[in-house]
Ligand binder design. Structure first.
Ligand code: 5AD
Ligand code: SF4
Length: 457
């Protein structure tokens, strides 16, 4: 297995030699979740080792990589639009086009690419990302289209280079794949079964990040609390061990599954001072009937009592969540149950999705699909409730002191700095650039829906 990665390092060297000291440019377009973002950081790491440097300008790029997501339908239209745009660019510059990620594990997508976009050079899947150097080498040698997709899950590869996008917050993938098969979700089909990285590899990576000056770590996986490190080593063991690493000041993790939220994890969150006191707890639906058909393995009542238990054991804990509206068969009463949970839990943040049919999933075959108008009408009602709660919740911050990790200059206003609270709220404030990358205390002076304004006292 390690040999495979050594082999890829040799290909990285060979590609670099082909470039013969010339500067080559890459552009990378990432869709979807933080796991994909983290994969793109690995793709960037490999490309930079091969002598490519990043450009935002497509027309200037020698290679363009698309890292795709297939969780919801709108991503498909977007991808095909972008690849269509690449046709002219390629004709002018002979750009290499590589497309990878979750969508490439779907047969109907690859068929469509083959027939309608034959000028794509490399198609790679979720289990063959590490072979990009080898594939690029072959394209450079002999311009013949490569499709490198495996249906079975690959090994967990360690040691790929990585070029991170941020220098104060970093994501660390702790496990790949998912075994849950929620009936709406395509992930288990495109990412394969759960595979956990070894604790030592994860801890070494976090230690290295701490030495490089990173302050915040997010542990990533489709289902982090079913992490299995071998010999009985659990997700809570990992949390305690990461908490001990000097230099790291904040630990987050996404996403846990409510059904696997064991007491030892709750205790770890309570005891580990660095773990942020916000937990992302995907609800999906507040209706026990819908949850059953979704194959989520908990009821409305169980979800609420889990949240209540955590509130009792972990002082000041708050929650964020994911909700899908318009799942097949969702009645007005079911939807009211979702609103009811939202009213009760008062989430810090809600990521709302309109149900999207995914080919190959059980929910796609259900006959009682919900008409678009109803889906949108429910989405709007949920959004209204969520936004009113966010406003109300923001008001509670006004006048309080908050610890903020300063991330950099505000994108919208370069005279302001921006950072986040432990609970992941954006705070903008006036301050000296030397504060960037530090955790400082600010007084919150006003709320503005999507951010808070702070003041140094
Ligand atoms: N339609 C809509 N939303 C979905 N999600 C996953 N699959 C679908 C789908 N088919 C949402 C879930 C999940 C989040 C990452 O995306 O809420 O938690
Ligand atoms: Fe999809 Fe469910 Fe697995 Fe999350 S837990 S990735 S929603 S199947």
């Amino acid at each position: 297995m390690e040999n495979e990665i050594e082999k890829q390092y040799q290909y990285m060297e060979k590609v670099k030699q082909i470039h013969n000291g010339k500067t080559k440019k890459y552009n990378i377009y990432t869709m979807g979740c933080q796991l994909n973002e983290n994969d793109s950081e690995k793709i960037s790491g490999m490309l930079e080792k091969m002598g490519y440097t990043k450009t935002q300008d497509l027309a200037n790029a020698d290679i363009v990589i698309f890292n795709t997501c297939c969780v919801r339908e709108n991503a498909e239209d977007k991808l095909f639009g972008k690849i269509g745009e690449m046709k002219n660019v390629k004709q002018k510059n002979n750009t290499i086009i590589a497309i990878g990620g979750c969508m490439m594990q779907e047969e109907h997508i690859v068929n469509k690419l083959d027939t309608s976009y034959p000028y794509v050079d490399i198609i790679f899947g979720t289990h063959t990302l590490h072979k990009l150097p080898e594939n690029i080498y072959h394209i450079l040698k002999q311009r013949e289209k490569i499709e490198d997709i495996m249906d079975i899950e690959g090994e967990v590869y360690e040691g790929l280079p990585i070029k991170r996008t941020d220098n104060v917050k970093a994501s660390v993938t702790i496990m790949y794949g998912c075994n849950n098969f929620c009936s709406y979700c395509i992930v288990p089909y495109v990412r394969g079964r759960e595979r956990s990285r070894k604790p030592v590899d994860i801890l070494n990576e976090v230690e290295k990040l701490a030495k490089e000056g990173y302050k915040e770590i997010t542990l990533l996986g489709q289902n982090v609390n079913s992490y299995k490190g071998g010999n009985g080593y659990t997700f809570s063991n990992l949390l305690y061990d990461v908490n001990k690493i000097e230099g790291i000041e904040r630990i987050r993790f996404i996403s846990p599954h409510p059904k696997d939220f064991t007491d030892d994890v709750i205790e770890a969150i309570a005891k580990c001072d660095k773990i942020c006191k916000i937990v992302h707890l995907p609800l999906q639906s507040g209706s026990s009937n819908i949850l059953k058909v979704m194959n989520r393995k908990y009821t409305k009542e169980q979800y609420i009592s889990l949240a209540k238990k955590m509130q009792e054991k972990i002082p000041n804990i708050v929650f964020s969540t994911d909700i899908i509206v318009g799942f097949p068969g969702e009645t007005e009463e079911d939807f009211e149950d979702t609103l009811d949970v939202v009213r009760k839990i008062k989430f810090e943040q809600v990521y709302m999705f309109i149900y999207s049919r995914r080919v190959g999933t059980p929910a796609d075959k259900m006959e009682n699909q919900i008409p678009d108008e109803i889906k949108h009408e429910r989405f709007d009602r949920l959004k209204e409730l969520v936004e009113s709660q966010i406003r109300e919740n923001n008001e509670k911050y006004v006048g309080t002191m908050q610890k903020v990790l300063v991330e950099g200059k505000s994108k919208n206003n370069p005279n302001m700095l921006t950072g986040r609270t432990d609970t992941n709220k954006v705070v903008n404030f006036e301050g000296n650039e030397t504060l960037i990358h530090n955790i400082i205390e600010l007084k919150i002076v006003s709320e503005h829906m999507w951010y808070l304004k702070g003041k140094i006292l």
